[in-house]
Design a protein around this ligand. Structure first.
Ligand code: PMP
Length: 410
């Protein structure tokens, strides 16, 4: 009986395919620089010590509700904590007015927040175009394609100088966008390039969005993980929020990297109304709930409970900040180690960009052919674009990786 389906093969996801190839590889010195997950210097996963502490406390709680359904918008006590973390509320008087602008729901991690946001805007704002950075996290393309919003890209990466193409971005957004377009912005630690705008550049981007009536969509997947400071990594989001009260925007917030809760799927989506439209906030939540109900009814509980436990206890918050420092500083030191090795080997080319870039990833500038040779000859795995996940480097393998890079670029 013939199938009634019409399905054509879609490209498999590169990151997950690469990871499977890495696991299947039996070569003892293999190195994974593919998937964006934190690893210790021994190449092991690192459940955050603060998370383990919170888990123990949770296990001892005699909480009969812990496996029950939540509300559709998620764990109600989690939502203001997610807001405080993202927007920097500290419980001071006078924050109520600002808070009244934000409609927040729990999502299935950062991916789910991106997806819910795209779907919500596609239904209720109907943007003519969504502008994604070139390059961007590959899943942005997929998410917006499935949401049915026409996609275009703005320049972001200047290959010759391996730097952020601020002028290219600004002139494209200035001349080619129209009112109501969505502009997708990485809040910090741009994936895949590791290149972020400076504060002055963020201010100019905010001004442009306001003047051209564009809708900023922030994707915040690395808050605290990139610099070690949750304030620093939220600077751009908070600047837009505090300084452009007449502009609307939204934020997809992930807790995957900064709490090491990858598979637990913890996230939030925040829609920020302009200051004169706070009356519709509850209707926005209500419409987000409509979309959530039809798709997954509510976000998962356990990861959220862990985050809640930590963010409501000053001692655990201090522990968490220390854990963020451990992760971000190890990544920084691996950037320097790789750079120093390449300089020592006099590897042809310039490598300063490795220490100048920020966050989990480095856009190495290696060509697809060189990337292939690294895998084939040295069992070093990174994305075809030359994106390397720096946390796959360690004291033990960095000399080997540098030697391998040196060989393939000569
Ligand atoms: N956005 C960006 C830019 C990312 O790099 C990631 C993680 N790879 C995500 C969103 C989503 O992560 P998650 O769904 O695991 O929270």
């Amino acid at each position: 009986v013939p199938t009634r389906l019409t399905v054509a093969p879609v490209l498999p996801d590169e990151v997950f395919t690469l990871n499977a190839a890495y696991f299947a590889d039996t070569y003892p010195q293999k190195v994974s620089l593919g998937v964006g997950v934190y690893r210790t210097d021994d190449g092991k996963p690192w459940p955050l010590p603060v998370v383990r502490k919170a888990e123990k406390e949770l296990a001892e709680d005699d909480d009969l509700m812990r496996h029950e359904y939540t509300a559709i918008e998620g764990d109600i006590a989690f939502l203001p904590l997610a807001q405080d973390l993202m927007f920097g509320f500290t419980g001071q008087q006078g924050e109520e007015e600002a808070k009244a602008r934000i409609a927040t729901v729990q999502t299935v991690a950062g991916t789910g927040a991106n997806h819910l946001g795209a779907l919500f805007l596609a239904h209720h704002m109907k943007p003519p175009t969504v502008w994604l950075s070139n390059p961007s996290w590959a899943n942005h393309m997929t998410i917006w394609e499935l949401a049915g919003v026409p996609r275009k890209t703005y320049p972001y990466y200047h290959a010759a100088t391996r730097s952020f193409d601020f002028d290219g971005m600004m002139s494209t957004l200035e001349s080619e966008t129209q009112e109501g377009d969505v502009v997708l912005l990485h809040a910090c630690a741009h994936n895949p390039t590791g290149l972020d705008p400076s504060k002055e550049q963020w201010i100019a981007i905010a001004d442009l969005c306001e003047r051209k009536k564009l809708f900023p969509f922030f994707d915040s997947a690395y808050q605290g993980f990139a610099s070690g400071s949750v304030e620093e990594d939220a600077w751009a989001v908070r600047y837009f929020f505090n300084n452009k009260p007449d502009m609307e925007m939204c934020v997809a917030q992930s807790f995957s990297k900064n709490f090491g809760l990858y598979g637990q799927r913890v996230g939030a989506y925040h829609y920020v109304t302009n200051r004169n439209a706070t009356a519709i906030r509850d209707v926005i939540v209500n419409n987000l709930c409509h979309l959530i109900r039809a798709e997954f009814s509510m976000g998962p509980r356990i990861g959220c409970s862990i985050v809640k436990k930590i963010l409501t206890n000053d001692e655990l918050v201090a522990d968490w900040h220390r854990d963020l420092q451990v992760m971000s500083s190890r990544i920084q030191s691996m950037r320097h180690a790789l750079y120093n090795e390449l300089v020592r080997l006099k590897t042809p080319g310039t490598w300063e960009h490795i220490i100048e870039q920020n966050g989990m990833f480095s856009y190495t500038g290696l060509t697809p052919k060189q990337v292939y040779a690294l895998k084939d000859k040295y069992h070093v795995y990174l994305l075809k674009s030359g994106r390397a996940s720096i946390s796959g480097l360690s004291q033990k393998n960095v000399a080997y990786v540098a030697q391998a890079i040196d060989d393939v670029v000569r």
